[in-house]
Design a protein around this ligand. Structure first.
Ligand SMILES: CC(C)(COP(=O)(O)OP(=O)(O)OC[C@H]1O[C@@H](n2cnc3c(N)ncnc32)[C@H](O)[C@@H]1OP(=O)(O)O)[C@@H](O)C(=O)NCCC(=O)NCCS
Length: 349
């Protein structure tokens, strides 16, 4: 039997995880183990800790409630977050996480993943399904761009896996974040064309002239091609006589839709918000999409904003929900608590 570095904790964890896996399988829900245990299993790296066990299940909308019922029946405590598509089961410091599969993976399509496209192993006495190495590689490649790069855990695991494979991970995806003023000709043209394709020729913008030079363009590229992008404009707003530097979220577009690329893009925007320590906010009708990505939303929030032109003229807009990721300034919370208007110095973005 091979064990990771934290052998004693791990032995307890295995007993607990086996119990949870059995509960799921007995309820008719197939499970696949992935995460740090899979990493340990393939690399046989005894230097790493396996602190918890991660499990995937298919058809999460249907199956999470089933898992919940089975856990209740077995009197096991859990925390379920439909928004993050995760269910966490804890017993003391032992933790098992049950997750959905997620979209947009090449090697992990739900239709085949649980039927045949997995490894089968003996997990300390229990036959289980395990993610394949190539699938783990794809997940890490994705996690690297999805999570804040300062999340050392991902970097560390990727580093270990790369050492084991003696090569760089194969990653199809890259996130580029470039200021308007620094856009190269190719990206500028591609962004302009994709925008026209989505919003029509009469809404064409020149990405160097029509946005502030420091507007950030977050671009998700798949094999070099932009599949999703969005802008964060540097905007100063005034609320109750105080000025706030915020990011105005604009032009969020996926050229290929419903493949999870938009989610990658807005997650990358959240990373930028954290990095800049700024609240970011946009107005849209695509509220559900942003809510699914974990952003705050508020119906008709645009009505609390007024564009005050240089000559003092005030312009209002009625059409748009607020979608936001709040920074330390807590601007949105303050606005939602109060009644005053937020003054913006530019047209609604
Ligand atoms: C809105 C937009 C950027 C979403 O991008 P996308 O790449 O298709 O979205 P994703 O595939 O990452 O979707 C992530 C989640 O949001 C959901 N979602 C996506 N678009 C949605 C919509 N219009 N309504 C409800 N849910 C939506 C997806 O089903 C997915 O849910 P899941 O995680 O439960 O499966 C894209 O539809 C688009 O380009 N729209 C046109 C431009 C636009 O209107 N932009 C917004 C205002 S500027």
């Amino acid at each position: 039997m091979k064990y990771p570095k934290n052998k004693e904790h791990f032995k307890e964890l295995v007993i607990f995880a086996k119990k949870i896996i059995k509960i799921c399988e007995d309820a008719g829900i197939p499970t696949i183990v992935y995460g740090s245990f899979a990493h340990f299993y393939y690399t046989k790296n005894k230097g790493i800790n396996v602190n918890d066990i991660d499990i995937m299940i298919p058809e999460h909308k249907k199956n999470f409630p089933k898992v919940v019922r089975a856990l209740k029946k077995n009197k096991i405590k859990y925390y379920y977050s439909p928004r993050w598509e995760t269910l966490i089961i804890k017993k003391g410091d032992l933790k098992v996480e049950v997750d959905s599969v997620g979209k947009g993976y090449k090697t992990m399509k739900e239709s085949t993943l649980f039927k045949s496209n997995h490894a089968k192993i003996n997990f300390y006495g229990l036959q289980i399904r395990l993610l394949k190495l190539i699938q783990i590689e794809e997940m890490y490649g994705r996690a690297l761009i999805e999570s804040d790069k300062t999340k050392l855990n991902v970097i560390y695991k990727v580093d270990l896996l790369e050492k084991f494979l003696s090569r760089k991970l194969k990653g199809d995806f890259v996130v580029d974040v470039v200021k308007s003023k620094d856009l190269n000709r190719r990206d500028k043209k591609a962004l302009e064309e994709l925008r026209v394709k989505e919003f029509g020729e009469k809404n064409r913008k020149d990405f160097k002239k029509d946005y502030e030079p420091n507007t950030l363009w977050v671009m998700v590229k798949k094999k070099g091609r932009i599949v999703s992008f969005g802008g964060i404009r540097p905007i100063k707003v005034k609320y109750k006589s105080k000025t706030y530097n915020i990011g105005g979220v604009c032009s969020t577009i996926s050229s290929v839709k419903k493949k999870g690329y938009g989610k990658l893009m807005v997650n990358a925007m959240v990373n930028q918000s954290k990095k800049m320590d700024k609240t970011i906010i946009g107005f849209t009708g695509k509220t559900k999409f942003f809510a699914k990505c974990g952003w705050g939303t508020k119906k008709d929030l645009i009505r609390r904003f007024v564009w005050v032109k240089k000559n003092g003229e005030k312009v209002y807009d009625n059409d748009g929900d607020g979608i936001y990721y709040e920074g330390k300034d807590k601007l949105i919370s303050k606005v939602l608590k109060g009644k005053s208007m937020v003054e913006i110095p530019v047209e609604f973005w």
